[in-house]
Design a binder for this molecule. Structure first.
Ligand SMILES: Cc1cc2nc3c(=O)[nH]c(=O)nc-3n(C[C@H](O)[C@H](O)[C@H](O)COP(=O)(O)OP(=O)(O)OC[C@H]3O[C@@H](n4cnc5c(N)ncnc54)[C@H](O)[C@@H]3O)c2cc1C
Length: 319
């Protein structure tokens, strides 16, 4: 089985979710290739090679500095035309999802998204992915390639070592032409981590009462070095931006620790976070459904509990 893992980078740094994809790809034991695209792709490819990327295909071009799904898809398609992969894997991050849907569309349409399990099965693979809002796990068996898989972050460990060699690839110049032009990149002032990649997420729900109290929960997120999430109720109310929404119509997350503050636990929220390793719920209603899935429950007023936790974390983490 010929496998291509796509190691996506952002701002010249390989994303940790890319090393998780590498670990997943390595576990299948096929003929492993890894694609690294960027302005200075060779340097990044050398890092990936040290962490077990197999044949690391480096494509360097100024047009690859910022992620653009149209251009990246054309470059990966060109690599596929040359090598003919059976399985192509990328992280199910915002970039990865945009890329894989476009790639699958252009190359036969076979794909499985947000995959949580991969197992070698003879010269093929058994793919596991949650479906029906996470209530059912489907087994997918590709019958023919190329098959595109986006891998849910925080399921696999990061690949830290292994064999690899860098191969510099040249791709036809037309691949680097896209319809969109990135003119400027503005980095957000607030330290809002990417939800999909975060190890810790602290989320707020309607229990915060109004937009003036968003900072109560955001401060806890900052104190623990986590990302800030939200229920749809407060996104729809316009208190926080959509990019923070967790759930069926927001992000699916899988952190090591999820702290839900003033969130009732509607099924549409739970399907987006119930696979978190540890869930802490803070709610003043002891019968709130969120407590059914919580590892630890705190029945209390979030306006007392959350600032107390923030204070304690700041004290402990500054020691
Ligand atoms: C098609 C569809 C898709 C949806 N997609 C999503 C989605 O992606 N994500 C999502 O989150 N929702 C989604 N929803 C909405 C979902 O059904 C709920 O309405 C929503 O999750 C409720 O948000 P909430 O828990 O913040 O608010 P509420 O349900 O109003 O809960 C607020 C909670 O705060 C508690 N509380 C109040 N005051 C305090 C206090 N002082 N201290 C501690 N606790 C307090 C209350 O006891 C209550 O449990 C979707 C709905 C539909 C129909």
């Amino acid at each position: 089985m010929k496998i291509l893992a796509i190691a996506l980078q952002k701002e010249g740094k390989i994303l940790s979710a890319s090393y998780e994809v590498l670990e997943a790809a390595k576990s299948l034991g096929g003929e492993l290739h890894t694609a690294v695209l960027g302005e200075a792709a060779e340097e990044l490819a050398a890092e990936v090679a040290k962490r077990g990327g197999g044949k690391v295909l480096a494509v360097a071009n100024p047009a690859l500095k910022q992620f653009q799904d149209e251009i990246y898809a054309k470059v990966i398609s060109a690599l596929h035309d040359k090598y003919t992969f059976d399985l192509i894997l990328a992280p199910a991050t915002t970039y990865g999802k945009a890329l894989m849907s476009r790639l699958a569309g252009a190359n036969g349409g076979r794909m499985a998204s947000d995959v949580t399990g991969l197992k070698a099965e003879g010269d093929s693979v058994e793919i596991t992915r949650p479906t029906y809002g996470g209530n059912v796990l489907a087994s997918v068996h590709p019958n023919g390639g190329p098959f595109f898989v986006s891998v849910r972050p925080k399921i696999f460990n990061e690949s830290t070592e292994g064999d690899g060699e860098v191969v510099t690839e040249s791709v036809d110049a037309s691949a680097f032409e896209g319809r969109a032009v990135v003119k400027d990149v503005k980095v957000e002032a607030a330290a809002t981590q990417n939800l999909a990649e975060a190890d810790v997420i602290v989320s707020a729900g309607r229990g915060i009462k109004g937009p003036e109290n968003v900072n109560v929960v955001q401060e806890l997120a900052e104190a623990v070095g986590g990302a800030f999430g939200a229920s749809r109720a407060i996104v729809d109310a316009g208190w926080v931006e959509y990019k923070h929404q967790v759930g069926q119509t927001g992000r699916t997350v899988n952190p090591k620790l999820y702290i839900a503050c003033g969130i009732s636990g509607a099924i549409q929220h739970l399907v987006g976070m119930q696979t978190s390793k540890t869930i802490v719920a803070i709610n003043k209603d002891k019968d709130a459904p969120i407590f059914n899935i919580a590892s630890y429950g705190i029945v209390g007023d979030l306006f007392e509990v959350v600032p107390a936790l923030t204070k304690k974390f700041k004290e402990e983490l500054s020691k």
